[in-house]
Design a binder for this molecule. Structure first.
Ligand code: SF4
Length: 190
């Protein structure tokens, strides 16, 4: 997993060092964007000055899986593209996390077709589902903060028999109320 595996058994110093390691990890999450469609635009907006993802230490987008620890899948994934996604996930180093951003990545969205993957969690473990079509940048930030909380709590579940990484499957709820339409667009409005 990393530095902490070389530490001796539990003790005061080990605990404090683990805290420092977790603090540095959660303060410097490096996302690997896998943006295939419109959700990718919101992902870009999240890193822009208006939303400023760097406030959370997660703005350093890496385009090499070996340098990233957070895979953000934003947009629909075609079946043809799936092996690429799986290879990227496998090539990322542990500990790693996955956010499924938007309806298409989580369920296939409106693309109920044979060519579109109907949820990436059938093929790679997903830790946080960010709802929306597309999710707003605030929602994605909420998802990244959920990952940071996981890192803080060292909540990385594994299968006790195989040691295989288990997905956390946290589904976020929308946290904002939709704003009223500026004009009445209801049927029959004059
Ligand atoms: S969830 Fe909506 S915005 Fe995101 S990729 Fe699918 S259609 Fe586009």
């Amino acid at each position: 997993m990393g530095l902490e595996t070389a530490l001796p058994v539990d003790g005061y110093l080990t605990t404090q060092l683990t805290r420092v390691v977790n603090w540095s990890r959660r303060s410097a999450v490096w996302p690997m964007p896998f943006a295939t469609a419109c959700c990718g635009i919101e992902l870009m907006a999240t890193a822009s000055s208006r939303y400023d993802l760097s406030r959370f230490g997660a703005e350093v987008m890496r385009f090499s899986p070996r340098q990233a620890d957070l895979l953000i899948v934003a947009g629909r994934v075609a079946v043809k593209m799936l092996p690429v996604l799986q290879r990227i996930y496998v090539q990322m180093t542990e500990p790693k996390w996955v956010i499924s951003m938007g309806a298409c990545a989580s369920t296939g969205g409106v693309f109920d077709t044979y060519a579109t993957v109907q949820g990436i969690d059938q093929f790679i473990p997903v830790d946080v589902y960010v709802p929306g079509c597309p999710p707003r940048p605030e929602m994605l930030i909420e998802g990244i903060m959920a990952i940071q909380r996981i890192i803080d709590e060292e909540n990385i579940p594994r299968d006790p028999t195989t040691g295989k990484r288990l997905p956390l499957e946290i589904a976020l709820n929308p946290t904002h109320e939709p704003r009223p339409q500026p004009v009445d667009v209801s049927v029959g409005a004059t």
